[in-house]
Design a protein around this ligand. Structure first.
Ligand code: DC
Length: 212
């Protein structure tokens, strides 16, 4: 059984997906981490992510998803892919046709024959159009930025709400306006506005819906 959870950054989908997977005894796939790993690999190879060539040496990039860890060519990059540079870079590489094709193929392979929750932007629309359950989480830009801010502060980064909002807006615009697999709910997705909800309430709501 495949469950997809899509939505913009800060909608609460990652934490919800991870917790829900534990409750249901499902595996969990964070597809955003895969785009982040590609961004990191290309940055390490000296590519300018704003001006990527149409063909990329993706065959040399090996990503191993071993939740909660992410390995890039055998190296643990779980922390490195959360930097501000990689975060901005991930939405740039996500507009690249070869990158999307490369990752979509791997995501389908990983999910094959498993009970799994796949979380990202295009899981319900493009990668698993026949998933048994699809959710799309949203929240106002301000609510999302506040959540992200508290994550960043907890990690010891120095930033403020205004900066987080500005960077988030830029990333949202890129994710929603790109021509390949833009961020949008699948027609058969259950859309949940998480603005007024606590994370525990979001998870309960999803669990009720799935067990329903
Ligand atoms: O969920 P995240 O913030 O870790 O995702 C990082 C970037 O990857 C995000 O800006 C858009 C892209 N992404 C995507 O295009 N498709 C996915 N399924 C997941 C992420």
């Amino acid at each position: 059984m495949i469950i997809t959870i899509d939505g913009p950054a800060g909608s609460g989908k990652s934490t919800a997906a991870r917790t829900l997977a534990v409750r249901l005894g499902f595996d969990y796939l964070d597809t955003g981490a895969m785009y982040r790993a590609i961004a990191l690999a290309l940055l390490q190879q000296g590519f300018d992510l704003e001006n990527l060539p149409p063909h990329l040496p993706l065959d040399h990039i090996q990503i191993d998803m071993r939740p909660p860890l992410v390995f890039l060519n055998g190296v643990d990059v779980t922390q490195a892919i959360r930097s501000a540079e990689v975060t901005a870079g991930s939405s740039k590489v996500a507009t690249h046709a070869e990158v999307r094709q490369f990752l979509v193929e791997q995501q389908r392979k990983i999910a094959q024959g498993r009970n799994i929750i796949c979380e990202g932007r295009d899981q319900g629309t493009v990668v698993f159009p026949r998933a048994e359950r699809k959710f799309f989480l949203t929240a106002t830009p301000e609510a999302r930025a506040r959540r992200r801010l508290s994550d960043l502060l907890a990690r010891g980064e120095k930033t403020d709400l205004e900066t987080v909002l500005r960077i988030q807006e830029e990333r949202d615009r890129r994710d929603a306006s790109r021509h390949l697999s833009p961020l949008r709910p699948a027609e058969d997705a259950v859309v949940i506005d998480t603005t007024p909800l606590t994370l525990a309430e979001v998870i309960d709501r999803l669990e009720r819906d799935i067990r329903g």
